[in-house]
Design a protein around this ligand. Structure first.
Ligand code: ADP
Length: 398
């Protein structure tokens, strides 16, 4: 069985065709500049040169048409016929309270997705456009929506209700939703596998540290607390996002610096975090290099980032009344030994003992704690596409 996984952004689209027997990607691709001059598709197949198609694409339908063409291309493709694609799994950012699991897409679900647009006005519309484009081009292929928020729908009310007037929750759906759910779910399942235990026996803290970062407390397989909130701005400091700050800073900026709501939004989402503190870059590689050369603000940005991660880990251990393992994943979590070492330093009281030699690993599933460490620590590369494909297969084969 082959499943096409689609992740649609406003002007870009990522895709993978996954062979479910081996759970391996047959092809991975990226379409950029959809609807903009210079549209381009780049497809990668293991052991072959990149296949690049430069061709104007006026919309997502054009882009998906080209994706299908690239996949069946005689020389560069990986399948003979589009009918070999058994199902399509779509990443959808926000499922609100309506979707606590992935769903098979039908007309009712399309209406439900439209209703979630107000919660993610930048992200859900391109997801919906992608689904509609696929439905037109592949009318007989079943499609599944997999939500970033779904895994966190198990959080108890005390975790997701904000201490605001309760009507704001009831009338305006303002509550904590959490994001990166597909990644937290995947790495927690992998961690259980690596420990040779069942998820239902474990208390896990999963740290997804990338450009956007979030931490989740996974108690017996369920998300019980997560650091992102109503939007992906809450929680940890990130590449360009502030994470949690005193909310009064927003109104202060508006009143004292005369910034508009839009300007405050941009400042907190695009000009803050590690970029805002360091003034160097939003890419942690650049910040690490700059800190190593003696840039104190770059070092401070790293210190602030790591300190927040440590604080969240500590609080999530309190939430779960213990922890069996901690997982690091995503760009920084998978690739930065320095971040992992700094975060885990001083967690000895919890029973965390890092093996500094094993911690040198980059991008490979590895246990990086010592054999006598009471709490296991893992690096686990995330694979959101595979998780989407697994959910899609499960629903289609039901
Ligand atoms: P996104 O949230 O965009 O999916 P990723 O999970 O791909 O982000 O993470 C991207 C970030 O990971 C980069 O901005 C970079 O800061 C960090 N990163 C990637 N590789 C390394 C590395 N070798 N060392 C330090 N940081 C890295």
């Amino acid at each position: 069985m082959k499943i096409l996984v689609i992740n649609c952004g406003s002007s870009s689209l990522k895709y993978q065709l996954i062979d479910m027997e081996k759970e391996e990607a047959l092809a991975k691709g990226l379409v950029e500049r959809i609807g903009i001059d210079g549209s381009v598709l780049t497809q990668k197949v293991e052991g072959r040169d990149k296949y690049i198609i430069k061709q104007d694409m006026k919309d997502h339908k054009d882009a998906i048409r080209l994706v299908l063409k690239a996949l069946v291309d005689k020389e560069n493709g990986v399948i003979k016929d589009m009918n070999e694609i058994s199902a399509v799994g779509h990443r959808v950012v926000h499922g609100g309270e309506r979707y606590s699991q992935s769903v098979l897409i039908d007309d009712e679900v399309m209406k439900g997705l439209e209703e979630c647009v107000k919660l993610a006005p930048l992200h859900n519309p391109p997801n919906i456009i992608g689904i509609n484009a696929c439905k037109t081009l592949m009318p007989n292929t079943p499609m599944v929506a997999v939500f970033d928020t779904a895994f966190h729908q198990t959080m108890p009310e005390k975790a997701f209700v904000y201490p605001l007037p309760y009507e704001l929750y009831k009338d305006h759906a303002i509550r904590k939703y959490g994001f990166h759910g597909t990644s937290h779910k995947y790495v927690s399942q992998m961690a259980a596998k690596m420990m040779g235990k069942d998820l239902s026996e474990l208390k896990i803290v999963t740290c997804h540290l990338g450009n956007g970062s979030s931490i989740t407390a996974v108690d017996h397989g369920k998300s019980v607390e997560t650091s992102m909130g109503f939007t992906p701005l809450e929680g940890l400091a990130m590449g360009t996002r502030s994470g949690s700050i005193d909310p009064a800073i927003a109104t202060y900026l508006m009143q004292e610096l005369n910034l508009t709501a839009e300007e405050v939004n941009t400042l907190l989402n695009k000009k803050s975090g590690a970029y805002g503190i360091s003034g160097v870059s939003s890419d942690f590689r650049d910040i690490e290099d700059s800190a190593a050369e003696g840039n104190e603000r770059a070092q401070l940005a790293l210190d602030v980032f790591n300190y927040k991660v440590k604080k969240f880990i500590g609080s999530y251990v309190a939430v779960m009344n213990g922890v069996d393992c901690i997982v690091f994943t995503a760009g920084l979590g998978e690739n930065s030994p320095e971040t992992r070492e700094d975060v885990c330093a001083g967690l000895g009281y919890l029973g965390v003992k890092l093996d500094l030699d094993k911690n040198k690993v980059r991008g490979k599933a590895t246990e990086i704690s010592t054999p006598d460490s009471k709490v296991k620590v893992f690096v686990i590369p995330t694979n959101e596409e595979l998780m989407i494909a697994r959910d899609t297969k499960a629903l289609v084969c039901k």
